[in-house]
Design a protein around this ligand. Structure first.
Ligand SMILES: *Cc1c(COP(=O)(O)O)cnc(C)c1O
Length: 387
């Protein structure tokens, strides 16, 4: 019997918003993916940051199945045992001052809530974000996102937003004023080209925010959950923000986001913000299991070791096409002197699926369970693709 590819079947109905590769992925195992013809790939896309734990984790699968049979839906009209347990788990990982949380369903929603909370807490409207920053694509988050290709067709955006150059501490003093509610920043710009923040920039941001009475938000949607070599990247910057946004890998691939915030946010008006699916027991059970597995498998150490192996290996590749190699932990990027498209295609032909980050950067975001031998295969494929 003839089987029609998912490619044609999707094309009949897809929104057309995504630039899709003509490849149907149907199964995953650890850091490997398989297409509908059974061909194997090393996954350096990692669900764009949602698959830190690797594909097909049995503990997460069991937790989801068990919770689905027990109770999948329970809105925040009520209390719930799984939600209470997840709060405890997150609180044990986070800086002590970030002891209140709001659970949601995605990264953009975590940012959206953080911006709303900051406006409510400070009674100010101003939001300062960074050039090349990425914070999501709903209206509020999009207003903080830099990319004109995402913004221009949807204007007018939310008023009160401005952007400062990333990693220029001297620009912060003029941009963050006594009208500023919040400064939001990624500790490594992911979509914007894999650019780690400097310690000076982050420290100065914290100092200026404190001086002007603005709140500081770290968007760790991509850098959170062991990606950069620590549970959260903030541990490497010695700065605790007023609000932390996380999502992507929090629940082992199940959609979930969270906002953790300090007492600086104060009391939020009852019912001013909410989410039907936020904190549902199914996602909470998945998150508890996923975080348990991250600890058991010591994924932070894996990200440090395999990240060093990847970055050292990429830096050792001699190619006229390479401008710079950047990264932190197992979040790595090669900035090319040319468009990244042909290199991504060549990598795919070599059995490695990688990701762009802006037009000229090849980004590697593999599951953190990737083995040393698999990293070696990625390096061989990259050297070939850049030859
Ligand atoms: C992916 C991402 C978002 C948006 O997350 P979604 O779940 O796609 O809405 C926000 N901020 C950062 C830093 C991201 O990498």
């Amino acid at each position: 019997m003839e089987r029609r590819s998912a490619v044609g079947r999707e094309d009949a109905h897809t929104s057309g918003l995504y630039t899709k590769r003509p490849l149907a992925i149907v199964r995953g195992d650890g850091a490997l993916l398989y297409d509908e013809d059974g061909r194997e790939y090393i996954d350096c896309v990692g669900g764009q940051g949602s698959a830190n734990l690797g594909h097909g984790n049995a503990a997460v699968a069991d937790a989801i199945a068990e919770q689905a049979r027990t109770l999948a839906s329970c809105t925040e009209l009520f209390y719930n045992d799984r939600r209470a347990e997840l709060y405890d788990v997150l609180a044990s990982l986070l800086p002590a001052s970030l002891d209140r949380m709001f659970l949601c369903n995605s990264g953009t929603e975590a940012v959206e809530g953080a911006l709303k909370f900051a406006r409510a807490a400070t009674k100010r409207a101003g939001v300062v974000a960074t050039m090349r920053g990425f914070h999501g694509k709903t209206m509020g988050a999009l207003s903080a996102t830099w990319g004109p290709e995402y913004r221009d067709v949807f204007g007018p955006l939310v008023p009160g937003f401005s952007h400062v150059p990333f990693n220029r501490p001297e620009a912060l003093g003029a941009a963050i004023t006594t009208e500023t509610a919040v400064f939001i920043v990624e500790l490594v710009q992911g979509e914007g080209g894999v650019r780690p923040a400097t310690r000076e920039f982050v420290a100065e941001a914290a100092r200026v925010c404190r001086e002007r009475g603005a709140l500081l938000v770290f968007d760790e949607v991509q850098t959170g959950f062991c990606r950069t070599g620590t549970m959260f990247a903030l541990e490497q910057f010695d700065v605790v923000p007023d609000i932390l946004c996380v999502a992507k890998s929090i629940a082992g691939g199940v959609p979930m986001g969270a906002i953790a915030f300090s007492r600086a946010v104060g009391d939020l008006p009852k019912r001013s913000h909410s989410s039907t699916f936020g904190g549902n027991p199914l996602a909470c059970a998945a998150a508890i299991a996923a975080i348990g597995e991250m600890r058991r498998l010591e994924l932070a150490a894996c990200a440090r070791d395999r990240g060093a192996q990847l970055l050292d290996g990429l830096r050792a590749i001699r190619s006229d096409k390479v401008r710079e190699v950047r990264g932190l932990g197992l979040l790595a990027g090669i900035e090319l002197k040319e468009n990244a498209g042909p290199t991504l295609k060549a990598l795919q032909a070599e059995g490695v699926l990688a990701l762009g980050a802006g037009p000229t950067v090849v980004r590697y975001l593999p599951p953190l369970v990737i083995s040393a031998a698999q990293i070696d295969r990625v390096l061989v494929a990259t050297a070939k693709a850049l030859a």
